[in-house]
Design a protein around this ligand. Structure first.
Ligand SMILES: [Zn+2]
Length: 373
């Protein structure tokens, strides 16, 4: 493409983006989750726990989002970073802010406070950017298929968190990272009781079945029957070990399908980020890269873009990245879908690089030296 043509195309595109932003701020209510999915795709940035653990604001192991109470400004900024990069959804940072986890770190008394604060922060960002405000519930870690008392306790945990999300005015609820389809089913029922749209995603471990042994298609049908509006996968698996599961799920359900892998290079032999091993470095705690030594496995933005394209081709319309995601990954998701979020203004242009570039203002003394770099 000629440069001037590319420039005018980019200009027209940025005008369209500006027009959309304007209509969003003047419209009475931005489109809801289901309207957006009917019109195209929805991008959701997840993985805030890993980001704040790296930055030193919460602890690996317990993985409780204490940063919500201690540094709400930082949580707001991370939400804004992800929206800037293209996320359509601001997910309240209530992952693992549930009764069981807070009990483990001795902060059960802060349960309601942390939930309401996380919801308030997410709502503030969503309402000021025309994005969706999502409540969030997740795996409880107390569900035991053999113990019906735990099913009741799980449901109580879901109901209390969903209640706070409804109070806050959430547009939809995301229920995520379940290993048991039956626990996800309880979550779906709890959400649907409120009438809000439900996004329900499963964490798939080493085997291609749920923890109770359901094939992906059966799992999808069960959650769809329970009322889930979007069914899919999040976390645990990297792009290339999540992709094959998507085909089976897409074929089995009529509802929308979600795909939010972790941005790590998992393989058929080591399909989950917990099972990755690092032959190049010893001395990691427990000799297991998960969760604090995964750095050498991080996918680059181009891989995430390629995964997004392939997942979209399969038919997944709710797309994003989970634990390990940075804003550059989310921008790659957006650009793979043909979008131009505000962060795309700074997408790479190596023509301006002092040594590798082609710009005519560059010094030949440097461009001639590129082979020596
Ligand atoms: Zn995750």
């Amino acid at each position: 493409m000629a440069k001037s043509k590319a420039k005018s195309k980019a200009k027209a595109k940025s005008k369209r983006v500006a027009a959309t932003a304007k209509s969003r701020t003047t419209a009475a209510k931005p489109a809801g989750l289901l309207e957006r999915l009917a019109a195209g795709s929805v991008i959701c940035a997840e993985g805030y726990l890993f980001e704040f653990e790296r930055r030193g604001y919460l602890q690996a192991g317990a993985f409780v989002p204490e940063v919500v109470l201690e540094h709400p400004d930082l949580v707001e900024m991370l939400h804004r970073d992800f929206v800037h990069a293209g996320s359509d959804v601001v997910e309240a940072f209530t992952y693992y802010a549930h009764r069981e986890k807070l009990r483990i770190i001795g902060r059960e008394k802060d349960l309601e406070k942390i939930n309401r604060q996380a919801l308030r922060i997410a709502k503030k960002v969503a309402r000021s950017t025309g994005t969706l405000f999502a409540g969030n519930i997740c795996n409880t870690n107390i569900y035991d298929p053999a113990d019906p008392a735990t099913h009741k306790a799980v449901r109580r945990m879901f109901d209390e968190q969903i209640g706070w999300a409804v109070d806050a005015g959430a547009d939809c609820i995301i229920a995520e990272t379940f290993s048991y389809a039956a626990e996800a089913e309880l979550a779906t029922q709890a959400i649907k009781k409120t009438g809000l749209p439900a996004v329900v995603t499963m964490a798939m471990h080493k085997t291609d079945t749920t923890r109770e042994g359901l094939a992906v298609g059966e799992m999808g049908k069960r959650l769809e029957a329970a009322g889930a509006d979007v069914v899919g996968f999040n976390c645990i698996r990297g792009p290339w070990t999540m992709l094959p599961l998507l085909k089976d799920l897409r074929a089995a359900v009529k509802c929308h399908v979600a795909a939010l892998p972790v941005p790590y290079r998992t393989t058929p032999a080591e399909p989950t980020f917990q099972s990755l091993t690092d032959p190049n470095w010893t001395g990691i705690p427990d000799n297991r890269p998960f969760p604090t030594a995964l750095d050498p496995f991080v996918c680059n933005r181009y891989e995430i873009g390629e995964f997004t394209k392939q997942a979209h081709e399969i038919g997944a319309r709710y797309l994003g990245v989970c634990c390990g995601a940075g804003p550059h990954h989310i921008r790659a998701v957006a650009e793979a879908l043909g979008r131009h979020p505000p962060a795309s203004r700074y997408s790479p242009d190596m023509s301006k690089h002092a040594f590798f570039g082609t710009n005519k203002l560059l010094k030949p003394v440097n461009t001639g030296y590129r082979q020596q770099l």
